[in-house]
Design a binder for this molecule. Structure first.
Ligand code: ATP
Ligand code: MG
Length: 287
């Protein structure tokens, strides 16, 4: 019987490629990702990688040509393919927005009634218009959407925005955010038990990498009489580790802080009497 492996579809080249490949590498999976390769096998994990156009990935995963894949949620929803969302990945964050020529008046979504809108996302835009009971003409184009109003093609556009600089450069202003997206791992809905087991091994590793990124290892020194106040501020994985220092009456405290309220915690620790605070990145974190 041939040994089971997971077939993973990732974007060949584009905004998802680099972060997708780094994610697998941070999970300790080794493979050759030289430019131009369309397929490669991992040397230390039961996985094979296919490098594809992102638009094709949901279809391949639905059909089972690939077992899992990484795409933007926007592409996943737009293609309407039936797949499971195995994990949100937190990178390639962007939004799908409606924009109109700067200077055009806009009071609210009702102003889109009777207008024409250029987009590469007719499904997501169509859903938004329907939910808001707006009748507008959707003009589907596959790229360079932002140019449409200035050449007289449409009144408005609906496109991906991250910083807004492309809209600005084309004289457009963003008036409605209709969808927020990030990269997601999608999976075929009927994976074999063997493939499911490999996938859960992979997801466990991704979780460890993501948790580590959201946390920092902190080491600090404190006079013993202030330890109670300081440890009360620190969660740690169980409780903070406290080790006596060479200097009488002092201890070192080791703990883990979440990235979220990191600076507030550091300020509070200093106020409570912490000194010599060292902050170290964590590579993997496993509960
Ligand atoms: P392909 O050639 O594979 O079809 P593409 O041109 O369709 O690529 P990209 O521009 O590489 O796609 O974007 C891939 C995904 O990255 C998008 O579907 C979206 O989820 C996300 N994305 C797009 N633009 C940005 C951006 N400016 N910042 C962050 N993420 C983005
Ligand atoms: Mg594409």
């Amino acid at each position: 019987m041939s040994q089971d492996f997971l077939r993973i579809a990732v974007q060949k080249s584009g905004r998802l490629s680099e972060d997708s490949l780094s994610l697998f590498k941070e999970c300790g999976i080794k493979f050759d990702s030289k430019a131009g390769k369309l397929k490669t096998t991992a040397s230390n994990f039961p996985a094979e990688f296919l490098f594809l156009r992102d638009d094709d990935i949901p279809g391949y995963v639905e059909d089972g040509v690939a077992d899992i894949g990484i795409v933007g949620e926007n592409v996943q929803v737009e293609t309407g393919r039936k797949v499971d969302i195995a994990k949100k990945l937190g990178f390639s964050k962007c939004r799908l927005s409606i924009a109109i020529p700067r200077g055009d008046s806009y009071q609210g979504v009702k102003d889109l009634h009777g207008k024409s809108i250029a987009t590469s996302y007719p499904v997501i835009l169509g859903n938004f218009l329907k939910e808001n009971e707006i009748e507008a003409e959707i003009h589907e184009i596959s790229g360079s959407v932002e140019i449409a109003p200035s050449i007289g093609l449409t009144h408005a556009v609906c496109d991906i925005v991250s910083s807004g600089s492309t809209l600005l450069a084309n004289g457009l202003s963003e008036v409605e955010v209709i969808f927020r997206s990030e990269a997601v791992m999608i999976a075929n809905t009927s994976l074999s038990e063997e493939k499911k087991a490999i996938l859960s091994k992979l997801l466990f590793r991704i979780q460890a990498v993501q948790t580590a990124k959201n946390n920092k290892y902190v080491v600090l020194n404190a006079p013993n009489e202030k330890l109670d106040a300081i440890t009360a501020l620190l969660p740690g994985m169980k409780a903070p580790t406290i080790v006596p220092l060479g200097t009488e009456g002092w201890s070192a405290v080791h703990s883990v802080l979440s990235e979220e309220d990191f600076w507030d915690k550091i300020d509070a620790l200093r106020l409570a009497g912490a000194e010599g605070i060292l902050v170290v990145p964590i590579e993997k974190m496993i509960y």
